[in-house]
Design a protein around this ligand. Structure first.
Ligand code: ADP
Ligand code: MG
Length: 679
């Protein structure tokens, strides 16, 4: 819904600006702005009967008022109710008007939790009402999420007006609701905004109330409908059918130096099959760190090139894009194919040259960062887009890609498995291929948790690995607040290691290096000239140096599980027995302890992702950065699985039989969000 659909009642500019901050733009947004919690002002509890630590409303007369200055300035008011029981009300900050409201002799109502205090039982910062001026509330009082300057009473009034003005017509037919055993939407909203006391506050919060179920169902249904429609649009789209003839892939496979695992062969076949279709492929290639996704991508690319199409491969970091560029050049140059390279930091002249070549079709394959999908990059006949480490791209980038690749086959790759509930919802328009085995002869990485006070022992491990001709990563702590600080730590680590291990050649790579410098360091590490690579988390994804056998991660307790798993995946890629040392500093938070335990005990990426999901919940798991889609507001994918399943089975039927219902439902629920949900 756009700007013109404002509110059917007067809302002044200041208020509507504040509402906009809450993402409320129209009457339905208001109606769907649900309470965070409720207060019970429907009855008075005698002080003598009031339970401790539970919100209660009392009515009492002020006996004594005093502003104290020690230990700090505060207002303490002694009140007593009809039964003569005394209670203290304490305010650590207060306005002059409150002194009047709480003047001796006044009768007031106070809502709050009673605690045993220093003077006796007390309420801290209770909500005060002047008793005589209001009737007791008939319904529970909703408390809404709000922003500065928008008070609860104002918001309450606006929402009540909205509820009075929304049309009664339900998006879902009555017969359907009866079948699903769900109440009408307007009733549900009215109940949730102003429940009568028969609904215990606990039930209102539990989410199992039919009114809540209705909201959750509607939301899930909207999401399922929009995903299905996106899928339908894709299947109706036109893409070139691509059939490689093998004249390039056969020599590549023959010279590879290894044979594909059965899992790799299977996914290559799945992808090739998709490419022969006349609608765009939308496939996720999922395989744990080190499972060998790159060669699968290369074979997909080659199939397209064999058929005369261009291919674009996008990676989330320059380091990874460059590594792919080198690897693909090594694979494809012997076949007489040249590979193009495009990144944001390239000189304009080089960029322009490569753009011209891509536009004219002189180059069959381009590799780069998201610079590849800027508007001014045009291809002669792009047939396939491959996105590595897909989960690392933000929404804006995915949208750009989506526009560029509207009628183009797409292969996305990720080591992060998508949990089942997410696969059923946010990623419903994605076919998934899984590489479920690692290449042969890998020895599992041994993980050690080491207190950072034992750093010198770890330095000896570095020395020993290098003495065997193997290589080492030393990853510096993630310092989210400050890149400068992170850089400083990395430089200090480098100096320290150089001092204790002067015989070794130690390099440093971090995000602030110029791309050419980064590339030089990485090339030296790939070539074995640098034995120890001190790095920030820029090497987190994709980097492949099979000779590296030791990964040291400092302040591992600060990192997320997915990140730790990715980092650990940089070693154990060759035949060398590999180790990952997780240095941690105490004290450990409970969360950090849980994460370290998982990463210590598990090596399987699926299992780690599953536990990550458990620890963080799906919203966090997707992450704002990763999904960009506003997550579900009401439904919880794990808890509401039965509702999700119902919505999922209903969606195709509605699309088939009731396009009118579908349109109305999506209009109400998604409006401007629809574009994002489909990314
Ligand atoms: P990821 O799935 O993490 O992207 P890569 O594609 O980087 O993994 O592969 C990891 C390493 O395994 C690379 O050095 C690659 O050459 C090697 N590799 C891939 N497939 C095989 C295979 N079938 N046999 C042996 N080594 C392989
Ligand atoms: Mg990879």
């Amino acid at each position: 819904m756009s700007k013109e659909s404002a509110f059917p009642f007067a809302v002044n500019a200041a208020t509507s600006a504040r509402l906009a901050k809450l993402n409320i733009h129209n009457v339905w947004d208001l109606a769907l702005h649900l309470p965070l919690r409720y207060e019970d002002e429907t009855h008075i509890t005698p002080i003598a009967d009031a339970p401790i630590g539970v919100p209660v409303q009392i009515e009492a007369t002020v006996r004594h008022q005093q502003v104290q200055f020690r230990p700090r300035k505060q207002l303490v008011v002694q009140v007593a109710d009809a039964s003569g029981h005394v209670l203290y009300l304490r305010f650590l900050h207060f306005y002059p008007s409150q002194l009047q409201q709480l003047a001796e002799g006044n009768t007031i109502r106070a809502l709050g939790e009673i605690k045993h205090g220093f003077l006796g039982d007390e309420m801290i910062h209770p909500k005060i009402r002047t008793a005589t001026d209001t009737m007791l509330a008939q319904t529970l009082t909703p408390v809404y999420p709000t922003v500065n300057g928008l008070t609860q009473p104002t918001l309450r009034k606006l929402i009540q007006k909205a509820l009075d003005s929304i049309p009664d017509d339900d998006t879902l037919p009555a017969a359907l609701l009866a079948q699903l055993n769900l109440p009408p939407l307007s009733d549900s909203l009215k109940l949730l905004h102003a429940p009568t006391l028969e609904y215990a506050i606990r039930d209102l919060h539990s989410g199992t109330l039919p009114a809540w179920q209705r909201l959750k169902f509607d939301e899930l249904l909207a999401q399922q409908l929009s995903m299905r429609l996106a899928r339908q649009r894709r299947l109706e789209g036109q893409a070139a059918a691509i059939q490689g003839d093998g004249h390039l892939s056969q020599p590549l496979l023959a010279n590879l130096g290894f044979t594909l695992t059965p899992a790799q062969q299977r996914v290559v076949a799945e992808i090739r099959q998709d490419l022969t279709q006349t609608h765009p492929m939308h496939r996720l290639l999922q395989g744990d760190v080190g499972s060998g996704k790159t060669i699968v991508a290369a074979l997909a690319a080659i199939a397209a090139i064999e058929a005369g199409f261009q291919v674009a491969i996008m990676a989330p970091t320059e380091i990874l894009a460059e590594q792919h560029y080198l690897k693909f050049s090594q694979w494809l140059n012997p076949l007489g194919l040249s590979v193009g390279w495009l990144s944001g930091s390239q000189k304009k002249r080089d960029k322009d040259q490569i753009k011209t070549q891509l536009f004219q079709g002189d180059i069959p394959l381009a590799i780069g960062t998201h610079a590849l999908f800027q508007d001014d990059v045009q291809f002669h006949n792009l047939g396939l887009i491959i996105v590595d480490e897909q989960h690392r791209f933000g929404v804006a980038q995915r949208l750009a890609l989506k526009n560029k690749g509207r009628d183009v086959h797409q292969l996305m790759m990720s080591a992060t498995p998508i949990p089942r509930t997410l696969a059923m919802s946010f990623f419903a328009d994605l076919d998934v291929s899984v590489i479920d085995e690692l290449p042969p002869n890998r020895t599992p990485v041994i993980t050690r948790l080491v207190n950072s006070s034992r750093r010198s022992e770890v330095e000896r491990l570095v020395e020993r690995a290098c003495a065997k001709g193997e290589q080492v990563y030393w990853v510096c702590p993630l310092i989210e607040e400050s890149e400068t600080l992170q850089l400083q730590t990395a430089t200090e680590t480098l100096n320290q290691l150089q001092t204790v291990l002067p015989q070794l050649n130690i390099g440093l790579v971090h995000g602030r290096l110029k791309p050419a410098e980064k590339a030089a360091v990485m090339t030296a590490f790939h070539g074995g000239d640098i034995q120890v690579l001190v790095a920030t988390t820029v090497i987190e994804v994709g980097v492949d140096v099979p000779n590296a056998s030791l990964m040291v991660i400092e302040h591992a307790e600060r990192m997320g599980l997915a990140q730790l798993h990715q980092l650990r995946g940089r070693v154990g890629r060759g035949a060398n027995a590999s180790r990952c040392v997780l240095l941690f500093s105490e004290p450990l938070s409970e969360l950090a302890r849980a994460r370290l335990k998982v990463i210590y005990e598990q090596t399987d990426g699926f299992e780690i992702a599953r536990q990550d999901l458990n620890i963080r919940g799906p919203g966090e798991f997707l992450g704002a950065r990763q999904s960009g889609a506003p997550m579900l507001r009401f439904a919880n994918l794990e808890e509401d699985l039965p509702l999700l399943e119902q919505a999922r089975s209903l969606a195709p039927k509605l699309i088939e039989q009731r396009p009118d219902v579908v349109r109305k439902h999506l209009q109400r629920w998604l409006a401007q969000r629809a574009a994002y949900l489909a990314v």
